[in-house]
Ligand binder design. Structure first.
Ligand code: FAD
Length: 459
């Protein structure tokens, strides 16, 4: 049985895999040694603003002890989002809330949406991983090459060190070296055409009161602007402009080669980003938005890449998990897929760790491939059809947040007959892909057209 497990990438998939494997395999009494290698320093892990965790992601994180850890982190706990307010950016018209909680305030299986700082999520995951003696994490270890055969896997890092193991999990994200060098050579990531230009700052940056309670999405044909508090006392604000950004702008941005020490290049990059945000979202009915854009200098660019679909996921002793295997077009459910990959792999592995790895990998792929392909196809279709129409994807559901229309009331039988108290079912990926959102999207298209003066059609 593979005892020495090497995980490249200590992000969401890698840390979840380590915890899930330690948990599952300890239960079957296996003797394990799991090492995670990440190219970043511990200090820089979790850069990238805030993330929205879907109910199903939280369900898994709860089972693994990460959610309880996060819950003890005070302001870093994040906020539970009951609903996201949707507005037309130009007219200020409310287009209705997207709800995560039923009329009793209960979410899917008890989980709503959660907006949390990536750095806080990382610290919570790392703290849980460190509770297991079998797991060790090494930072500042960039994989430079890897090889595998039927007997072992060997990794080489850019500091010249090498290591060997019995099983390699490639959890190194969308630009994965494990994928492009070893598992599926040549399967390079591709830019989706969409980027996040985002800022994370004290909410007091804007003195005006905000027009939303927790989270709001502001739609225009040119993109969407998400604004969300990230902490229980509403002191930290995450604002993301999700919009088309030409690839040559991304290349120029990178070519500036800015660092914190190169203030001139950094300032120039931030001014260019601010210009992009202002040109798309500066004309708004909301004074709060206008002021946020006015007051914000420290915008950061996060281009969204995807992995060409239906590539290989495993070879010999190496398996890809999370974005390394299937980074999708923008959808805020992606972390949930990465987390669930790791959990399901650990469960399948623990059902018979003595089996040949190839059999375990095939069983895992059979369990995951259909679901991932379906999600990928749905997201790509939606983005493509909207882009073809010249409309910025109206799928705020996928690109901004795992939002959900209020479900139809489920009938509950009682002794007195059925009652129609609306309750939300336990979370599944399906519950995050309600087809009715497509209807809403086309309704919103009409509303946005009217708001932006393209038609006279009222909503
Ligand atoms: C702008 C943006 C916003 C998003 N918002 C959301 C959201 O709100 N909700 C949601 O569910 N999803 C969101 N996603 C998607 C989500 O972030 C990813 O699906 C998730 O992070 C995937 O986890 P992962 O562990 O597979 O990859 P990653 O989180 O990318 O982790 C990969 C790790 O591998 C390390 N690594 C890379 N190369 C090497 C190497 N050669 N050697 C060693 N280590 C290496 C990296 O340092 C990193 O720590 C967003 C994505 C983007 C880009």
């Amino acid at each position: 049985m593979p005892r020495r497990i090497l995980i490249v990438g200590g992000g969401i998939a890698g840390l979840t895999a380590s915890i899930a494997l330690a948990k599952e395999l300890t239960q079957v009494g296996a003797d394990l040694d799991i090492t995670i290698y990440d190219s970043r320093t511990e200090h820089s892990m979790g850069d990238g603003g805030a993330i929205s965790l879907t109910p199903i992601a939280q369900h898994h994180l709860d089972q693994l002890g990460v959610l309880p850890e996060l819950s003890q982190m005070g302001e870093d706990t994040g906020i539970e989002v009951d609903e996201i307010d949707i507005y037309s950016l130009r007219s200020g018209r409310s287009l209705g809330p997207l709800r995560f909680a039923d009329d009793t305030g209960r979410g899917y299986g008890g989980y709503k949406s959660r907006r949390v700082l990536r750095s806080a999520l990382f610290r919570a995951m790392l703290a849980v991983a460190r509770q297991y003696a079998q797991i060790s994490v090494e930072f500042d270890k960039k994989l430079s090459s890897s090889s595998t055969n039927s007997n072992a896997v060997t990794l080489e890092f850019d500091d010249g060190t090498t290591t060997t193991g019995d099983l390699l999990l490639g959890c190194d994200g969308v630009h994965s070296a494990v994928r492009t060098q070893l598992v599926d050579p040549g399967n390079q990531s591709e830019y989706t055409g969409i980027s996040f230009i985002q800022s994370l700052a004290p909410a007091e940056r804007v003195l005006l009161p905000s027009h939303f309670d927790e989270s709001a999405i502001h739609l225009t044909r040119q993109g969407s602007l998400l604004a969300s508090y990230c902490d229980p006392s509403h002191q930290t604000m995450f604002v993301a402009a999700i919009m088309r950004v030409n690839e040559h702008i991304i290349e120029r941005y990178r070519a500036l080669g800015y660092t914190d020490n190169n203030i001139a290049a950094l300032t120039s990059a931030q001014m260019a980003l601010r210009y992009q945000v202002r040109s798309k979202f500066g004309v708004s009915a909301f004074p709060w938005i206008r002021e946020w854009i006015e007051e914000t200098r420290d915008w950061e660019l996060y281009p969204i890449y995807q992995v060409p679909q239906r590539g290989k996921w495993h070879v010999d002793r190496a398996l890809l998990l999370g974005d390394a295997a299937h980074a999708m077009p923008p959808r805020e459910e992606s972390a949930a897929y990465a987390i669930e990959d790791a959990v399901i792999f650990a469960q399948i592995f623990a059902q018979g760790p003595e089996r040949p790895l190839h059999r375990i990998f095939v069983e895992y792929e059979n369990a995951r491939r259909g679901l991932v392909d379906k999600a990928f196809d749905a997201t790509r279709r939606l983005w493509q059809s909207d882009l073809d129409k010249g409309l910025f994807p109206g799928n705020f559901r996928d690109c901004m947040s795992s939002t959900q229309l209020p479900p139809n009331p489920l009938l509950k039988e009682t002794a007195d007959g059925p009652i129609t108290e609306p309750i939300f079912p336990p979370p599944t990926h399906e519950s995050m892909s309600d087809l009715s959102v497509y209807t809403l999207t086309s309704e919103l298209e009409v509303a946005l057209d009217a708001d932006e003066g393209r038609t006279k059609a009222p909503l």
